[in-house]
Design a protein around this ligand. Structure first.
Ligand SMILES: Cc1cc2nc3c(=O)[nH]c(=O)nc-3n(C[C@H](O)[C@H](O)[C@H](O)COP(=O)(O)OP(=O)(O)OC[C@H]3O[C@@H](n4cnc5c(N)ncnc54)[C@H](O)[C@@H]3O)c2cc1C
Length: 285
């Protein structure tokens, strides 16, 4: 997990960015509101990359000047005047255990309520970006849950649009609790579908078998159904594995990968090998 304080944050400068647009990317009928926010900054010092995060400084409450929260860069494009970048934000609320009242998450609601033309303050980048290897024959395995799929859409776009294609296998396993919460697959935002014709790209969706109970999504099943290929990919010499989303997904992935490897020890050894070779990237929250 990306630990605060050990996040690779090299620049504590506070930047400013202007909101260009805010689009809901879950259907109106979904109980989850996830929005994609597109920003532009004219500060040439900001060196973001897809997969790294920014620390948004939301206006504070109860006398606090700021309420800072991390958000992954779902897209990042350098332009002559600075950079354009996108965040994918889930509107959070929580029930206070003590009085049973529902409270709105501060930063996520601040971001989801922002109107185009407004500015945000942020610092970063924080964490380590999802780097595409130089070798276009390398296999890439991406496993994302909820808003964790956002940087993968950015990566897939980078591979097929900016780099002009990929020879290695690109496999995206992404999930949510219900079909209505899957991102980028609804009528207005079916961006991933643009790549289904690419011969090297395949995406596998997984939704929870019991969404009402907040059961973990069936990512394990999706991985295990493709066991032979998943194992070939993690074992191929120059492959990369990218994992992003809620922290509890790693347990599900570890269990599935242990089944695929034939034993927990077999998977632990393989994961250590991937980490040591800088072929394993994760952003968990
Ligand atoms: C590395 C990293 C990357 C991230 N990337 C993204 C991203 O791309 N998109 C995204 O949407 N989010 C992302 N997050 C999560 C994000 O940083 C925030 O944690 C999230 O948006 C909630 O912040 P908030 O200020 O809205 O809520 P807060 O006001 O901070 O509340 C946060 C949550 O904490 C819990 N909580 C807080 N206080 C209580 C309490 N008293 N009782 C019970 N529960 C409580 C609740 O679940 C609540 O929703 C990321 C987190 C990390 C660490």
């Amino acid at each position: 997990m990306l630990e605060l304080g050990k996040t690779g944050e090299t620049n504590s400068k506070i930047f400013s960015a202007t909101l260009l647009g805010s689009d809901r990317i879950t259907p109106e009928s979904s109980r989850e509101e996830v929005r994609q926010l597109l920003f532009s900054t004219d500060d040439l010092d900001f060196a973001g990359m897809v997969g790294s995060c920014i620390r948004v400084h939301a206006p504070g409450q109860y006398g606090n000047r700021y309420h800072t929260r991390l958000y992954s860069l779902a897209e990042h494009d350098e332009v002559a005047s600075g950079a354009k970048f996108a965040l994918c934000v889930r509107r959070c609320s929580y029930i206070d255990d003590f009085n049973g009242e529902e409270y709105e998450g501060v930063a996520s609601n601040y971001l989801c309520n922002l109107k185009p033309g407004s500015s945000i303050a942020f610092s970063g980048p924080v964490g380590y970006p999802f780097v595409v290897p130089d070798n276009p024959n390398a296999d890439l395995l991406m496993i994302g849950m909820g808003t964790g799929v956002a940087p993968f859409r950015g990566l897939v776009r980078e591979i097929y649009e900016k780099l002009g294609g990929w020879k290695g296998r690109v496999r995206l396993f992404h999930g949510a609790r219900t079909g209505l919460e899957l991102l980028y697959l609804n009528d207005a935002n079916d961006d991933l579908a643009s790549y289904f014709d690419e011969p090297t790209f395949k995406a596998f969706q997984a939704v929870s078998p019991r969404p009402a109970l907040n059961m973990p999504i069936a990512l394990d099943k999706a991985l295990e159904q493709n066991a032979a290929e998943v194992w070939e990919i993690v074992s191929s010499p120059d492959s990369r594995v990218f994992v992003a989303g809620m922290a509890q997904m790693i347990e599900t992935i570890d269990k599935a990968m242990a089944n695929i490897a034939g034993s927990a020890q077999g998977w632990i050894a393989k994961r250590k090998e991937l980490v040591a070779a800088n072929r394993w990237f994760e952003v968990l929250y």
